[in-house]
Design a protein around this ligand. Structure first.
Ligand code: HEC
Ligand code: HEC
Length: 255
C-alpha cells in the first residue's frame, strides 16, 4: 500500500502533461464542488459561522479599546505580510496572525503564539470583514527596507520552483502544471491566496495558511518548516503578491 502511494503520484507527474502554461488567476473556490459552494454561502450550514460569532465576542472584549473600527483594521488582511523593522539592520516579515498575537500579548501582558486558537478566531473575523477588498500587498517605500523585502520575495520565488522531498516535486509542478487534476481526493488549484483561514473537512476544523503549507510540504515527504518560520512567511508574501488585484474571498471551506 505504502509503495502504491509513492509510485502512483510519481507515475502521474512524469507521464501527465508537463506543460509550462501560465496559471489563470483563479481563487481556490473555483475548484470546490457545487455542494461545498452552497454550504459556504449559507451561514446556517457553514461551520465557519461558529468562529465568526466567537470572533465578534473577542473583538469587543480584547480589541475594541484600541481599534474603534473593525473594517479599517481588516484592511490589513489584504495588505499583509509586511516588513517589521527591529533595528535599521534587521527585521522580519510578519503576517496578520503575528500582528494579532502581538496585540493580544500587549493587551494581556502574556505572550501567545500566532498559532493560538484565539488568534485564529480573530483572523477568521478580520478575513470575513475584508471580503470583497482588493488584494494590495504593501510594499516598503524606504529603499533599505525594500531591499530586505525583495530578498524575501526572491527567496520564496526560488523555493516555489525548487524540487523537494522524497517525491522530488516543486510547488510549481503541482500548482501550475497540474491545475484541475485530481490528487488524493483534492483538485489542484493554482494556489492564489484569496481566502484564508480555511475550514478543511479533512482536518474537521479551521487552520491557517501555515498549516496548509505544512501539509503541502509533508505531501511530498519533505522536511516541514515550523509554523511561523521565516520560510513560510516569505512564501506567504510571494503568493499574496502574486494575487495582487484579486478580490478577497474571506475564510473558506476546503475538502
Ligand atoms: C493596547 C492597544 C491594542 C489592542 C488591545 C489591540 N491592538 Fe491591534 N494594534 C495596536 C497598535 C498600536 C497597532 C499598530 C502596529 C503596532 O504597533 O504593532 C495595531 C495594529 C493592528 C493591526 C494591523 C493594522 C492596523 O490597524 O495597524 C491589526 C490587524 C490588529 N492590530 C489587530 C488587533 C486585534 C485582532 C486585536 C484584538 C485581539 C488587537 N489588535 C488589539 C494596538 C492594539
Ligand atoms: C504534490 C502536489 C503539491 C505540491 C508539490 C504542493 N502542493 Fe500545495 N496543494 C496541493 C493540493 C492537492 C492542495 C489542495 C487543493 C488546492 O487548493 O490546490 C494544495 C493547496 C495549496 C494551497 C491552498 C490553496 C487554497 O486556495 O486553498 C496553497 C496556498 C498551496 N497549496 C501552496 C503550495 C506551495 C507554496 C507549495 C510549495 C512549497 C505547494 N503548495 C506544493 C498539492 C501540492
Amino acid at each position: 500500500m505504502k509503495l502504491f502511494v509513492i509510485i502512483v503520484p510519481i507515475f502521474f507527474f512524469y507521464i501527465a502533461n508537463p506543460s509550462q502554461a501560465q496559471s489563470p488567476r483563479q481563487s481556490g473556490n473555483a475548484f470546490l464542488s457545487a455542494d461545498l459552494l452552497q454550504q459556504q454561502k449559507d451561514p446556517t450550514l457553514n461551520p465557519i459561522s461558529l468562529w465568526l460569532d466567537q470572533g465578534q465576542e473577542l473583538w469587543k472584549a480584547q480589541c475594541q479599546s484600541c481599534h474603534s473600527n473593525l473594517s479599517e483594521t481588516a484592511k490589513a488582511v489584504v495588505q499583509f505580510p509586511v516588513w517589521k523593522s527591529i533595528s535599521s539592520a534587521s527585521g522580519k516579515l510578519i503576517n496578520l496572525e503575528d500582528q494579532i498575537a502581538d496585540c493580544w500579548s500587549k493587551k494581556n501582558g502574556q505572550v501567545i503564539s500566532s498559532d493560538a486558537p484565539e488568534v485564529l478566531t480573530m483572523s477568521v473575523l478580520l478575513s470575513d470583514t475584508a471580503k470583497g477588498m482588493s488584494i494590495q500587498v504593501r510594499e516598503p517605500l524606504d529603499p533599505l527596507i525594500k531591499k530586505y523585502w525583495q530578498e524575501q520575495m526572491n527567496l520564496a520565488g526560488q523555493i516555489y520552483v525548487r524540487r523537494q522531498g522524497r517525491l522530488n516535486l516543486s510547488c510549481t509542478q503541482c500548482h501550475d502544471q497540474q491545475i484541475g487534476k485530481n490528487l488524493r481526493s483534492d483538485i489542484v488549484s493554482p494556489a492564489f491566496l484569496t481566502g484564508f483561514p480555511i475550514y478543511r473537512f479533512s482536518w474537521q476544523t479551521m487552520g491557517n495558511l501555515d498549516r496548509r503549507l505544512r501539509a503541502c510540504y509533508s505531501g511530498v515527504q519533505a522536511s516541514v518548516p515550523a509554523s511561523g518560520s521565516p520560510e513560510l512567511r516569505a512564501i506567504e508574501l510571494f503568493l499574496k503578491k502574486r494575487s495582487d488585484g484579486m478580490l478577497w474571498d474571506g475564510p473558506s471551506l476546503r475538502r
